[in-house]
Design a protein around this ligand. Structure first.
Ligand code: TXA
Ligand code: MG
Length: 407
């Protein structure tokens, strides 16, 4: 009703949503829109040409399936039973949502949880959405703007994160613009995403059920649901062996990588070891000037010693920063690399101490360091107690660090 009245009054917001919905229905270029996790790059999931547009814009490998976004359980029922409406399939029994998902849907939808369902025969979904798997992933986002867009389009929307493939996921419209300008026609700007990391992907079609990707809903919360007490962790952090076939195809690719090299210190590293490593690392790799980024998750006194005075023996000079808590300071040249004559900069970014605020700021921090042309980013890991967003944070960081993983 509210939407209908907005639409009648032609408010700027309603016009923007209608324009986006029209593009989604008619154009083969995808439309970027905000969700509570990260920005998505949406296309009508029932049209092959439009879904192909997503893979093209992102330069995403075509064997990596997309998540379907719906606005209601109604839309899911229609999707599961679409084949029924065709006369040849009149005898097909109604396909219910597997009961194992009932508690999850009740507790976590709308929200950052994607469930895997069997793709029914005669499915409306374009083959490109599922990369020819027999299943599809689906979620109802909690972002009202995302749900309104789906409602206005009246189609299920396939949407991966709206970054260029391999880059950190976008949490602002500016991030999307940076990666995809010239490749898409429209970005709906809904401000900064709240959660900051992608949805948790779960598979309840196997026994025991499994988590395919850690994300916005933690394992502890899942375990409280009937049937999910023994949920298995079926993802691997870090880079996968080529021979391994991950159950969520997307997990095998290089991911979340800024231009800069990422060095991740596991939270149980010793401060002395960290300091030694950083000094040696800077000496070994110092060819000309060298800018560094520091991502801290604890304060200087308690943490791994990733602090200017400890690691670099320098004074902090706070500067105006594009993201919260960003402080930068020049590193005296003689401290690190005597051959270099150019001033080096260190950018220090404190993401806060709790997993939710770290998740919220993580991708923006990695992207900001790229803007500052940082060569290497040292990151202070967090204990990834399975229960909360820390598991998702460490999963993304271990992938970003790849071979640079430090234990
Ligand atoms: O929070 C999110 O989920 C965001 C926003 C935009 O909603 N979307 C997102 O999509 O992260 P994407 O495409 O970047 O990640 C989809 C993940 C991939 O790891 C993919 O392999 C997995 O979900 N996936 C999709 N369909 C699957 C299926 N049928 N079986 C197993 N894994 C699947
Ligand atoms: Mg992605």
């Amino acid at each position: 009703e509210w939407w209908e009245s907005e639409r009648r009054q032609q408010t700027p917001e309603a016009k923007a949503i209608e324009e986006a919905a029209n593009l989604l229905r008619t154009s083969d270029l995808p439309v970027a829109f905000p969700t509570e996790t990260v920005y998505g790059l949406g296309a009508d999931a029932t049209r092959s040409a439009s879904v192909q547009g997503i893979y093209r814009a992102k330069q995403r490998p075509s064997d990596n399936p997309l998540i379907i976004h719906i606005d209601s359980l109604d839309m899911l029922e229609r999707l599961l039973n679409a084949a029924q409406s065709s006369p040849s399939a009149l005898k097909t029994p109604r396909i219910p949502i597997p009961p194992i998902y009932k508690p999850l849907i009740e507790w976590f939808w709308p929200g950052p949880l994607t469930i895997i369902l069997p793709n029914p025969s005669g499915s409306e979904l374009a083959a490109e959405v599922t990369s020819n798997l027999t299943t599809f992933g689906v979620r109802i986002p909690s972002s009202p703007l995302a749900r309104l867009l789906i409602h206005a389009t009246d189609r299920p929307l396939a949407a991966p994160s709206a970054n260029a493939s391999t880059k950190p996921s976008p949490t602002t419209a500016q991030h999307v613009y940076h990666d995809l300008k010239g490749r898409i026609e429209l970005i709906l700007d809904g401000g900064t995403c709240g959660v900051g990391v992608e949805s948790t992907v779960v598979d309840g079609l196997c026994d025991p059920p499994a988590i395919l990707r850690p994300g916005g809903i933690g394992i502890d919360e899942l375990r409280l649901c009937p049937g999910w007490e023994n949920v298995e962790v079926a993802y691997r952090d870090g880079t996968l062996d080529i021979k391994e076939i991950p159950r969520a195809p997307g997990m095998k690719y290089r991911h979340y990588s800024p231009k800069a090299r990422v060095v991740l210190f596991e939270p149980d590293s010793s401060p002395a070891g960290v300091a030694k490593h950083v000094r040696k690392d800077l000496q070994d790799t110092a060819i000309g000037a060298h800018n560094i980024g520091i991502v801290r998750t604890r304060n200087w006194k308690q943490g791994l010693g990733l602090a200017p005075d400890n690691v670099l023996a320098s004074t902090v000079v706070p500067m105006t920063a594009p993201i919260d808590h960003l402080v930068s300071f020049p590193i005296p040249v003689q401290e690190t690399c005597s051959q270099s004559s150019r001033t080096k900069m260190a950018y220090d970014c404190y993401l806060g101490a709790d997993a939710a605020s770290i998740a919220h700021g993580l991708f923006a921090a990695l992207r900001a360091f790229d803007d500052f042309e940082v060569d290497v980013i040292y990151v202070e890991g967090v204990p990834d107690r399975e229960g909360d967003l820390a598991a998702a944070v460490m999963n993304r960081l271990r992938k970003a660090a790849g071979a640079e993983l430090k234990v």
